[in-house]
Write a protein that binds this ligand. Structure first.
Ligand code: SF4
Length: 289
């Protein structure tokens, strides 16, 4: 994806936004659209495979902190009678538990946030009985949103806290789900903006430096967050702050965030007695996060 795409330009583009993103990117980069579509189909297939493997396994990660959560949720009774919620959460955790087991996943945009888009997009699609081919163009839009964000701010927890990482994946997923469900370009951009603005300030404090706790459950939460953003945008609710200004605000907060809360494991959950005990145990075993 080229860098001329912004959230504001997506908002003003003719609908569907994905077609505009694809055409704009092709014009700017010279990359054939068909090559992009083939790559997106491959990523969707990889996401689906990681969900399948994740739901089929309860093997613990190297630290023993995660590994059984997705399967446990998937097999549990649906006590809220909310099958979409359960599916979205289980898919997201399945992907991130695969990541924690060093399984193959699609970084979207990072490995730590890899479960959010599959959880939200494939979760909604499967809930509604939609075909994977219908996900290809929403995935193009998700990539365009990711590129728009990365033009203005960092997308890694080390650079800008978890808001940058999971906020980006939630924004990408929110726009994609909105388009999948027939939303306009304007609605897609606002879905992304609402997902981002409600992630601002989230710190990166992984226990032991491993992308496991809080990362696995965080993807479940923010996959739902993305679906919530899509629902608001499809109901014509909008971000009061224009989308690109939300990105700027998040980048500013990221620059203000102390180093201790940016993937160094020197603050937050990583510094709890339980977090420190995991770190000591892994260091004792000669393994570093
Ligand atoms: S807490 Fe840090 S490592 Fe975990 S998902 Fe968020 S940014 Fe990634």
């Amino acid at each position: 994806m080229s860098s001329g795409i912004t959230l504001d330009s997506i908002m003003q583009a003719p609908s569907p936004a994905s077609a505009w993103v694809l055409a704009t990117d092709s014009a700017e980069s010279g990359l054939d659209s068909e090559v992009v579509l083939i790559a997106m189909r491959r990523r969707i297939a990889e996401m689906r495979d990681s969900i399948r493997r994740g739901l089929a396994s309860s093997a613990p990660s190297i630290t023993g902190m995660v590994g059984w959560n997705a399967q446990g949720l998937w097999d549990a009774p649906d006590v809220l009678n909310a099958p979409l919620l359960k599916r979205v959460q289980a898919y997201a955790m399945a992907v991130n538990e695969e990541n924690a087991r060093m399984g193959r996943i699609v970084a979207a945009p990072t490995a730590g946030s890899a479960g959010t888009i599959p959880g939200a997009l494939l979760g909604v699609a499967d809930h509604l009985g939609l075909d994977d081919e219908q996900l290809v163009m929403p995935m193009v839009l998700a990539a365009g949103v990711g590129k728009a964000i990365s033009r203005q701010m960092f997308i890694s927890g080390a650079a800008g806290g978890c808001q940058a990482e999971i906020g980006s994946s939630a924004a990408m997923a929110a726009a994609a789900v909105t388009e999948l469900l027939g939303g306009s370009s304007r609605a897609c951009a606002h879905a992304a903006a609402m997902a981002l603005m409600n992630t601002i300030g989230l710190v990166c404090d992984p226990v032991g430096g491993y992308v496991e706790v809080p990362c696995v459950s965080r993807n479940a939460f923010f996959a739902v967050h993305a679906v919530s953003s899509a629902q608001l945008a499809l109901s014509h609710l909008e971000s009061f702050i224009p989308p690109d200004e939300v990105i700027t605000a998040m980048a500013q907060v990221g620059r203000m965030m102390p180093l201790e809360l940016r993937e160094t494991a020197e603050g937050g959950l990583a510094q709890t007695p339980t977090g420190l005990a995991v770190t000591a145990r892994m260091e004792g075993a000669g393994v570093n996060g």
